[in-house]
Design a protein around this ligand. Structure first.
Ligand code: URA
Ligand code: CA
Length: 433
């Protein structure tokens, strides 16, 4: 087989055979296929697309390019949840203990990642003492015992995807549905998921800005799940404004605790109940979404979900008292309110710009080497549709730097107030299975 023939085959719109896709991924991983041929191939895929079968083959070829996590020692159906990324997306911190309290085994392998705020691990590390450096044996024991554990990324998972994603990033080939879908799904399957619950975001703060694109990506991933024997469902949810009120690491931990206590923001609670219900059904712990939702609501009301979070924190060295004393989480030196300049209704809060403002405060990582400030971020007091009076606080900026003129300017620019009442955006657009 020659790579040039396969590039031409895809360029001319033909379907590649399973062995041909395996040849490409194997060769690219071991270096016998050079970057210039792989980038030509990626561009051919971007223009020509891939059939559902080709996408599934590409996904599995990338899964087999490196280590696969074996979770077979954990009892039950392991359901993983994945979000395509948003601003102030605190769902994992709430969902993990919430569904674990309903008996779903949550064996979460998480990375640190780049972005406006840190990843799930960064957020959890704002709890004093909490750590994810545990052995695989300990990880499995904890999931069997408590139904929940989080471990840092170890092993060499999907090296083909790492190499290809970096190449796509500099060759104009990121925006291809088959390539995005197989990239995301390969990582979930390699991490040991039996079933997958996807939260595909849409709106200004999302990777997929339009509903049409989000729907296409969601369908592509659900189809890959079907072809690879991993039952997959996708929820398309709003990311035009940040989710919940808090954007920041320690700030989101507090928000998650509030939500587990039944006192969190309505949108965050609702999205967690919708995603969580799917996870409970995927894990076969309930026969219907309605039954699953009732279980989760009861778990919040009884305090079981919060208790599960405490047991989990304690099992990995965390100070459980933060649940009742959030002031023990890292605190920023300055808390500065941003007063509304006029009266009216909030008509827009551009999610990605709020994310960038949090990043300017130090809440996120621009490069792998940057250090995160866990204490800083933004807490909104208003969401789209809320009435506001001139002088009332729109949000509080938590900062460790005194000069935040630029951050304020950005936030004022991207929080819009109008005289007419505006309806809040729809939270859940579609559920695809
Ligand atoms: N996220 C991924 O993991 N892969 C892509 O290709 C795009 C977004
Ligand atoms: Ca939030």
């Amino acid at each position: 087989m020659r790579m040039v023939d396969l590039i031409e085959k895809k360029r001319d719109g033909y379907e590649l055979a399973t062995e041909e896709i395996q040849f490409i991924i194997r060769g690219y991983t071991d270096g016998t296929i050079p970057d210039y041929q792989m980038s030509a191939f990626a561009m051919a895929v971007l223009f020509r697309g891939m059939t559902e079968r080709e996408r599934a083959d590409l996904t599995m070829a990338m899964v087999h390019s490196g280590d696969m996590i074996d979770l077979s020692a954990i009892e039950g159906i392991k359901v993983d949840k994945h979000s395509t990324g948003g601003v102030g997306d605190t769902t994992t911190l709430v969902l993990a203990p919430l569904v674990a309290s309903a008996g779903v085994p949550v064996a979460k392998m998480s990375g640190r990642g780049l972005g406006h705020t840190g990843g799930t691990i960064d957020k959890l590390e704002s709890v004093p003492g909490f750590h994810v450096e545990i052995s695989n044996e300990e990880f499995i024991r904890l999931v069997n015992e408590n139904k929940l554990s989080v471990i840092g990324q170890s092993g060499d998972l999907t090296p083909a995807d790492k190499k290809l994603y970096a190449l796509r990033d500099v060759t104009g080939t990121v925006d291809s549905i088959p390539l995005i879908a197989s990239s995301i799904m390969s990582k979930k399957i390699a991490a040991g998921a039996d079933a997958i619950c996807l939260d595909v975001k849409t709106g200004a703060g999302a990777f997929m800005k339009t509903l049409e694109d989000a729907r296409e990506l969601a369908r592509a991933m659900v189809s890959i799940g079907r072809h690879t024997g991993r039952k997959t469902i996708a929820v398309i949810s709003d990311m035009s404004q940040p989710l919940g009120y808090a954007v920041g690491n320690a700030l989101e931990v507090k928000e998650a605790v509030d939500t587990l206590k039944g006192k969190g923001p309505e949108d965050l609670r609702e999205l967690c109940l919708v995603l969580g219900s799917h996870m409970v059904v995927l894990a076969q712990k309930a026969g219907s979404l309605k039954e699953a939702r009732a279980m989760l609501e009861a778990s919040i009301a009884s305090g079981n979900a919060l208790e599960k979070f405490k047991v989990f924190l304690k099992s990995q060295g965390g100070d459980v008292s933060v649940a009742d004393h959030p002031e023990k989480l890292p605190q920023a030196k300055f808390q500065i309110d941003l007063p509304a300049l006029e009266s009216g209704y909030i008509s827009g809060i551009t999610a990605d710009e709020v994310g960038l403002a949090a990043m300017m405060l130090g809440a996120g990582r621009a490069t792998k080497e940057s250090k995160i400030d866990l204490s800083v971020g933004i807490v909104l007091h208003k969401k789209v549709g809320d009435p506001v009076k001139k002088g009332e606080s729109l949000l509080t900026i938590h900062a460790n730097q005194e000069d935040i003129a630029e951050v304020k300017e950005k936030l004022y620019k991207h929080i819009r107030i109008s005289k007419e009442k505006t309806a809040p955006p729809r939270l859940i657009w579609e559920e695809i299975e």
